[in-house]
Each structure stands twice: as C-alpha cells, then as structure tokens.
Design a protein around this ligand. Structure first.
Ligand code: ADP
Ligand code: MG
Ligand code: ZN
Length: 631
C-alpha cells in the first residue's frame, strides 16, 4: 500500500528540523569557539593579580562582587573577569601598576539571552526558511503549506481578479446566455427559490480545444462576483494514491463554506473517464478521485448556491455516472465560431493592437472557416509580430492575410533550395488544382496560388474562395472538390508524363472525402442512408471507425476507388481541354511564385494580368497545401 501523503509530508518536515538542529549544534559547539574566541574569559584572582603586576592591564573595573580587567593582547582587546576578594592591597597595587580603574563592570551577557541568541534564534530562522521553501515547492509537491497537507490547491478568484467578463468572449452567444442564467442565480438565489426553480448543480462546457471554454469560465467568475475556485482535472491526480480524493473533499468543503460560489474543474476528462475499461486495477487513483467527486456532488445542497462548472473536449469518454441528473446534467456546447463569431473574435483581439482602421475583418473571417478562437487570437498576434518585423507602426490587411497562411500552412521557407525543374513541376501541379477548380461550377473560386514552400512541408498551395459561409455541401460540390484535389497530380501526368510524391496530401484528403460521402453522408444508391462509420471524438480530429461486416467494408472500398478514379479522369479531361492555358498559367506562376486569384482569372480570360486594374481583393477559403512525404 502506498504511504499516505500526509505522513510523507510530516516526515519530510521532521527530517528538515533534525538537520536544522544538527547545523545549529555544530555552529555553537565547534565553529564559534574555533573562530570567535570569547571576549570575556574567567581567571583566578591570583592570575588576575599577576597580570596587573606584569603591567598587562590597561583598565580595571570593579563592582560589588566582580572585577574585570581589560588588556590588549596581540592588538586585540580581551576582557578577564574574576570574583572580588576582600583585598585591602588591591587599590595600592593598581595605583602602583599605573592602571586606570573605576567602579563599573562591563555588561556581561545574561545566560538567558545567550541561550536565546545561540539556540532559539537560529532555530526560528530555520523555521521561517523552511516555511518559505515549502510554500514555493508546495504546488509542485502537492503540499501547499507544511501545516495544510492534502489541501485542494484550487486557485480562488474573486470578482475582477480574472480580469475577464463576457465582453471578452466573442461569439458563443448561446453559451453566454446559458451561463448568464447561472450568474444571475448566484446574484440572487431567492428569486429562483421563490418560484420553486432549482439550478442544476453541475454545468458541463463541451467543445473543441481553443473555443474559449476556460475563457468562459473565467468570464463567469468576473461577472458573478462570487468566490470562484478553479482547478484542473489533472491536478487531482498528480502524485499519490488517495491525494486526489482528499483534494476533492477539501475543495468541496471550502466551497460550501464560501457559498454562494462557483467551482470550475477544467479538463474534467482527466478524472471523469469511464471506469469500466475492463483492465484490472486500471487506475486506482483516478477511480478513487472520481468516486469522491460523485459522492461530494450528491452530498451538497444545491440551493445554497454552489455551482460546479466543468469543461472538456471529450464528452464521450466521460463516465455516465457524472452525467446523470443531479450531477452534470446541463450541457453547454461551445462550438467552433461561425462567420460572425470569427469576425467578432478577430475584433476583440485586435482591440489592444494598433491596427489600420480600414482592415477588412470580414474577409479574414471568411478565410478562416473552421478556425477556433485560440487560432484567431494567434492570427492577430502573428500579424502584429509581422508588422514589427516589417518595420511598420501599424498592422495592415496584408499582415493578417499572411498570418492566416502562416497558421494554416506554416511560415515561408525562403531559404529552401528547390531546383528549377522541381519548381516547374510544382507550378504545373498548383495550376492543375486551380484550373480544375475554376472550370467547374459549384466550386469555390481561386483566391491565391503560390509555390513558395512553407515550414509545414507544403511546397505550394492553392487557396480557394467561398463567397459566403457554407454549412451544407451538396453531393455535386463534394465530388467537385475531389476532382479539384486530383487536379494537381493530373497536370503532372499530362505535362511530364510521370508522377511525383508531391500529391500525398491531396490523395489523403480525396480518399477521406470519398469515404465520408459513402459511409457518413449517405450519398450512394447502394448503401443508401445507412451509417457505416461512427465518429468517435468529434471535437478532436474526429476519428471515424467502421461499423459493418467485412464484406460490406470491401464493397465500400470498391466504391471509394470508383469515386476517386472517376474524379481523377474528370480532372484529366478538364486539363486536356485547357492545355494551352495550363502552360501559360504555369509559366506565369513560375515567374512570379505567387499570383492572386484576379491575375489567374485575367489570364484565363485572355487579358493581361499586369494591367493595373484595381481589383477588389475578395475572400479566401481554406488552403490546400501540398505536402511532400516520403512514400
Ligand atoms: P479552451 O479552454 O476551450 O480550450 P481557451 O478558453 O483556453 O480554450 O481559449 C484559449 C484562448 O483563445 C483564449 O485565451 C482567448 O484568447 C482565445 N479565445 C478562444 N475563444 C474565444 C472567444 N470566443 N472570444 C475571444 N477569445 C477567444
Ligand atoms: Mg481549456
Ligand atoms: Zn496538390
């Protein structure tokens, strides 16, 4: 059995104090006498007289029962003391030896103050140092303070301490509304109690990473003006078995004392995972902690005004017991922001950045479909950094656009050495994508094409426009997307009659799309509306797992091959039909390295792209980087 954390801690403190006492002992008995001879030394009366006679004394002081003699030995003052003897000769002797004498004795250290200075004071100093050390190491060792083992360690925020309010959270209006209700309940529970309404005890914020769950919780603290305990799920299970449960207990005890208040458990999946994963004694500590949490949630009285907020991006792994009524029975989804939400988030984060007033946030929001709040915040910051790098005082549109690309495809790799032959292949590949996209209806227009390599490994990419936010895609649009993805490779085949590894990313995406059309979107006649795949963790990449018989699986593969092959053939047809444009555009891209959608369209329409024509820069859509991966 593991040792309890409390004992471990007190033992550590005990060792510390034993060491402290040993050090003080050594200093007092060995070091001090060796280096600091006592200035006051006791001598016999005979020796005292001898010193006076030998003329060593410089001064003598006498009081009722003690005599002190000051002499100068090797340039150092030294005091000798002796008991006073009834000696009538003494005064004569002193006069004879020509020693100055008087009636006062130098103040000697009292034994009590000596004991205090040499023993008690050093020990007190050690104790203070010990407390400081424990306090600094405390959070890491899970200790807090030496005197408070097993404390929950939750940070307590009160009112404006988080500095966040709902104003800092852009988009997420539904989530804010749901949380606003909780805030107003905490302000005035009686209003709710009067009508007989009870607040849920627990509220679970679910959504993909970076959508602002933690931020929302902090904003609730800022709005609610009640104590706010914040702790991360992983903090419960750091060191010892039993510690997590102890912390949960302590956290709830503190919370009930401070009610009304909010307890926020971030990343609750760290402790809240399903317990029935079969393996024997899988994770004792986690289970204990979870059980403690469950029983604490049942134990407290919700009408007192303690509300538990929790956040996770893996709601599907949570133990069912956590989600049943009376515990986390309210779910607040915090989804990826939509077009308006993205625009609002960009604006919130640009607030403290010196940014040009004519920046078009809408265009950037359009370009970043699928980006989370955290990514958008990052884009604004990258843009500001770029502005500084460029020696500008102010952030302009170009900075934002470039940083969108940096976030999507990585920074430009200016130093990369790519041979002219390879560049030519890359140029044809990208124009292949763009030309196929432009030649199809129901396909997002081209915004930008570049063959400047990126640190992510992309050798070039084609950005496509969507003029507005899309939430639905038709079967035709999906198929056209696959055709566009195969366009790069098709161009290589047609022009160079050989294939390269440069299409690996396209291949992956095309396959994924084709598969999803069949297994998840019900877009084939053969399989109709049957779900053949289920997506497990929707918020983290969304891995799909097949749910069908092996024969069905084989037929699905068949259908995927067919779809991709059909798309590939269509792309080749399109490019063969535009062979001259393909050459012309590729040559232009090779020369310029980066071209805009307007230049692209101009050449396609047979105009001169270098005509100075003020074309409105329109929005872009997700880039489609071409990564090279070793086969
Ligand atoms: P999560 O906890 O959901 O993973 P966070 O709350 O930690 O995400 O968000 C990380 C950062 O992203 C925040 O500090 C904030 O700067 C930014 N952010 C995310 N969502 C939003 C939003 N809706 N409004 C403003 N900023 C946001
Ligand atoms: Mg978080
Ligand atoms: Zn490609």
């Amino acid at each position: 059995m593991n040792e309890s954390p409390n004992r471990n801690h007190s033992r550590r403190a005990l060792y510390y104090y034993i060491a402290a006492i040993l050090i003080i002992l050594v200093i007092n008995t060995i070091i001090t006498p060796m280096f600091f001879k006592p200035r006051v030394q006791e001598v016999t009366y005979t020796n005292f007289l001898k010193m006076v006679d030998e003329g060593k004394a410089t001064k003598v002081e006498i009081n009722q029962n003690r005599i002190a003699l000051l002499c100068n030995k090797d340039g150092k003052d030294q005091i000798y003391v002796t008991g006073r003897v009834d000696d009538p000769e003494l005064v004569n002797r002193l006069v004879k030896a020509n020693v100055e004498f008087s009636q006062v004795v130098p103040r000697e250290e009292s034994p009590i103050s000596k004991f205090f200075n040499n023993w008690i004071l050093p020990f007190l100093i050690f104790m203070v140092i010990g407390q400081l050390i424990m306090r600094f190491l405390g959070p890491k060792m899970g200790g807090g303070n030496m005197m408070s083992f097993g404390k929950s360690n939750a940070k307590v925020y009160i009112e404006a301490q988080t500095g966040k309010t709902f104003k800092d959270v852009a988009g997420q209006d539904e989530a804010k509304e749901a949380l606003q209700e909780i805030v107003s309940f905490l302000h005035d529970p009686s209003r709710y109690n009067a009508i007989g309404a009870t607040m849920p005890k627990g509220v679970l914020l679910v959504g993909p990473p970076g959508t602002g769950k933690t931020l929302l919780a902090k904003a609730v603290a800022g709005e609610a003006k009640v104590p706010f305990f914040s702790i991360s799920g992983s903090e419960f299970i750091e060191m010892f078995v039993g510690m997590g449960a102890a912390r949960v207990r302590d956290l709830f005890k503190q919370a009930q004392e401070k009610a009304p208040c909010i307890v926020f458990i971030d990343e609750i999946d760290a402790i809240g995972k399903k317990r029935d994963n079969g393996s024997f004694g899988s994770n004792d500590e986690r289970e204990q902690t979870l059980n403690q949490l469950l029983s604490e949630m049942d134990g407290f009285d919700g009408s007192k005004g303690v509300i538990i907020l929790a956040a996770t991006n893996r709601p599907e792994v949570l133990d069912k017991a956590l989600l049943r009524p009376g515990r986390f029975d309210r779910r607040v989804p915090v989804e990826l922001p939509d077009l308006q939400g993205r625009e609002a988030i960009l604006k919130v984060h640009s607030h403290d950045v010196r940014i040009s007033p004519d920046v078009d946030y809408h265009a950037i929001a359009l370009a970043t479909s699928g980006a989370s709040g955290a990514e958008l915040a990052n884009i604004v910051n990258e843009a500001a950094l770029r502005a500084v790098r460029m020696g500008r005082q102010i952030v302009i549109q170009e900075d934002l656009e470039e940083s969108v690309e940096v976030v999507i495809a990585g920074a430009q790799r200016k130093g990369a050495v790519i041979s002219q032959d390879e560049k030519k292949i890359i140029a044809y590949h990208e124009i292949g994508h763009a030309l196929v996209a432009a030649s199809q209806t129901a396909s997002a227009p081209v915004h930008k094409i570049t063959i400047i390599p990126r640190t992510s490994g992309a050798l070039g990419y084609t950005m496509q426009v969507d003029t507005e936010e899309k939430v639905l895609m038709t079967k035709e649009e999906l198929f056209n997307k696959i055709v566009t993805l195969t366009g790069g490779r098709s161009a290589e085949e047609i022009v160079f009659n050989k294939v390269t590894s440069g299409a690996s990313n396209d291949i992956e995406q095309a396959t994924k799309l084709a598969r999803a059309m069949i297994t998840r979107f019900g877009m084939t006649e053969e399989f109709d509306m049957v779900a053949l795949e289920t997506v497990s963790n929707a918020y983290l990449g969304g891995d799909a797992s097949l749910r069908c018989a092996p024969e069905t699986s084989a037929r699905i593969d068949e259908a995927v091959f067919e779809t991709v092959k059909k798309a590939h053939a269509k792309a080749r047809d399109i490019l063969n039909g535009h062979r001259e444009k393909l050459d012309e555009l590729a040559a232009y891209l090779l020369k310029k390295e980066t071209i805009t959608g307007d230049e692209f369209m101009a050449i396609l329409k047979g105009q001169n792209p270098d005509d100075p024509e003020p074309a409105a820069s329109d929005a872009m859509q997700k880039a489609n980087p071409d990564a090279v991966q070793p086969a």
